[in-house]
Design a protein around this ligand. Structure first.
Ligand code: FES
Ligand code: MG
Length: 605
């Protein structure tokens, strides 16, 4: 297109830029009058020439659901309502499949596929006649992958998530997906339930279609899409089977057509102010420790600068308002009934704690206007008042030291037991020193946990599980104590790791350590019994060894060839490892972040 425009300008025949980019496909002139190269096959399933040439916006629907992506499978039904919304607003829908990502089914790690879906979706948005896009999100990595692609391409985009599952129940208690897995494993390890009981308990957590019903990474990322302004206000928390979900699908379809006409793009919505709002919202909802990785990645694909210091600076001091597992007791059904994200945003806004109420959202109104219009907590058991939160100072700490340059700690899930045991020592408040037990990946942990030298005051370290080590960064830094300690009631041992933690886990952990062991990080030189000091006030984590000893161990490790993960098993694993950056900077493909706002650059002469 830019070549054509340059030619036209050089020939002194300026012309008006087409209204929609799809006109480049469907209204293209050639020597026969109209170029049919791109058009004729779009007619073969019944679309008419008039529809494609009418100047109506062509709206893509990025379908992430399928039989192998069951968390998002309900989108196969919802997409029909999205189409109807698009049609009724005067747009032409074109639905297409994306690379599937099922958190619970993809081996070795679903995170590998976030960047693959991203790359493939950019190619689709770039290479096909689309003027706007509805991103059908849900399971953990689908929302960030889709938003990263929308950020790079920068055509009008809106998210619709599939919605959380209904509550799970057992013996009149709520059973939350993911969170129940960690609980059931502990009960099984402590001998309190047998294998049948374990299976029964875990599967009761998933009673309907939809994504995880806890405040895991899926609920978090879809709520943060809304907090960024990229989903309709109030839409993210609607449970998948509720009628409101189908209605939101329809309204989302209507909205994207308006956005296409207004040319309201991701870069207009996802400004630095929007990211700061999302960080504040993440603390208030008790969001997943995967959120910083994904939000930083989305920001980088827009060319917006965002780092972990921003997370600590904006998010740490804010309170936790959402009483939802794993930080609280309820599930997403209650959260929806309590008012969902608008109620949380309204609480922040009333308290003057919403950093940018003026941030624009997909519906053309500001975040503050949306919150004032809809927001109110209807159930203050589930969404607390800002003045009476579940916890104060509930955001992420950005910690550093001689073991890594950067890692985070999610403070909203630190239990009162853990605080008493480790942090409330009057001589050394908020800090502790403990020996470590070191595991090289989950297989080693499962094999050695019961026999490793672990007491009620041991730090568990999981290394070799970062983006290069595993590969893709495994979600395994949620370790529990060995059975003999669980039986004595010792549950919360501190964990450190260069991998990620499931958003549904409540274990007190220092995560996403960068650089990882397989990338020259000093977790690689740790040995069982080394003493590590963690000081949360100083934001520091250090191995108590002189620098010379650290260097000696490094040299020794390098002389043995360094620290490596298993070999790559597929072409993509290999390509991913060659190109990927660390978790603290978003785990993006290093060369991909050079491409920003692709559509606009193409339109420039
Ligand atoms: Fe898909 Fe939790 S496993 S949302
Ligand atoms: Mg997960």
């Amino acid at each position: 297109r830019s070549r054509e425009l340059k030619e036209l300008i050089a020939n002194g025949k300026p012309r008006q830029a087409p209204r929609f980019r799809s006109e480049e496909w469907f209204n293209r002139k050639d020597e026969y009058g109209l170029s049919l190269v791109y058009m004729d096959r779009y007619l073969n399933f019944g679309l008419t020439k008039e529809e494609l040439m009418s100047g109506k916006p062509i709206i893509g629907i990025a379908q992430t659901g399928s039989d192998i992506a069951p968390c998002n499978r309900h989108h196969l039904i919802l997409a029909q309502r999205v189409r109807e919304g698009i049609r009724s607003a005067g747009g032409i829908p074109l639905e297409f499949p994306t690379h599937p990502i099922q958190e619970s089914g993809r081996r070795p790690s679903p995170t590998l596929d976030r960047n693959l879906l991203y790359l493939a979706l950019v190619e689709i948005l770039h290479g096909y006649p689309l003027d706007g896009i509805v991103l059908l999100t849900g399971c953990d990595k689908t929302a960030p992958a889709c938003l990263m692609a929308a950020a790079s391409m920068n055509i009008p985009s809106i998210c619709l998530n599939v919605g959380p599952m209904l509550n799970g129940w057992q013996n009149n208690s709520r059973i939350g997906t993911g969170t129940v897995m960690w609980k059931a494993r502990e009960l099984h390890a402590a001998g309190q339930i047998d294998t049948e009981g374990y299976i029964d308990m875990v599967t009761k957590g998933s009673p309907s279609v939809g994504h995880c019903n806890t405040m895991g990474t899926a609920s978090t990322m879809n709520l943060l899409a809304e907090a960024l302004g990229m989903a309709l206000p109030g839409s993210a928390a609607i449970p998948a089977p509720y009628r409101e979900r189908g209605q939101a699908a329809y309204t989302t379809g209507v909205q994207i057509v308006e956005m296409a006409h207004q040319d309201r793009k991701p870069s207009d919505i996802m400004t630095i102010g929007a990211f700061e709002n999302a960080i504040a919202a993440n603390t208030a909802i008790g969001g997943s420790s995967n959120a910083p990785i994904h939000l930083i990645a989305i920001a980088r694909h827009l060319g917006v600068s965002l780092d972990l210091d921003d997370w600590d600076r904006i998010g740490y001091s804010l309170p936790l308002l959402a009483n939802v597992m794993p930080a609280g007791e309820m599930l997403m059904e209650e959260f929806f009934r309590a008012g969902g994200l608008p109620a949380v945003i309204a609480e922040l806004h009333h308290a003057g704690a919403l950093p940018h109420p003026e941030a624009l959202t997909c519906n053309g109104r500001t975040m503050g206007e949306n919150a004032m219009k809809q927001g109110q907590s209807w159930d203050q058991m589930t969404i607390k008042r800002f003045e009476e939160p579940l916890k104060t100072e509930a955001g992420f700490l950005h910690v550093k030291g001689n073991l890594f340059d950067s890692a985070i700690m999610k403070t909203s899930v630190i239990s009162s037991n853990f605080r008493k045991e480790f942090l409330e020592n009057p001589d050394d408040p908020n800090a502790f020193e403990c020996p470590v037990a070191v595991f090289d990946g989950p297989e080693d942990y499962n094999k050695r946990l019961e026999h490793a030298p672990i007491t009620a005051h041991t730090i568990l370290v999981m290394r070799g599980v970062g983006p290069l080590g595993y590969p893709g960064a495994a979600e395994v830094v949620n370790m529990h104590a060995p059975g003999h300690l669980l039986k004595k009631g010792v549950q919360d041992l501190p964990c450190i790791g260069d991998g990620r933690q499931s958003g549904t886990s409540g274990c007190p952990a220092i995560l996403n350590a960068t650089p990882e062991a397989a990338d020259g990080g000093n977790l690689a030189i740790l040995r069982d019994g080394d003493i590590v000091r963690i000081d949360l006030t100083k934001r520091s984590v250090n191995i108590l060894l002189p620098d010379e000893e650290i260097q000696r161990r490094r040299d020794e490790l390098e002389s043995r060839g360094g620290y490596h993960g298993p070999p790559s098993r597929t072409p993509w694993q290999d390509l991913f490892r060659r190109e990927v950056g660390g978790l603290s900077t978003g785990m993006v493909m290093k060369r991909a972040v050079q491409f920003h706002r692709i559509a606009q650059q193409e339109l420039a002469p």
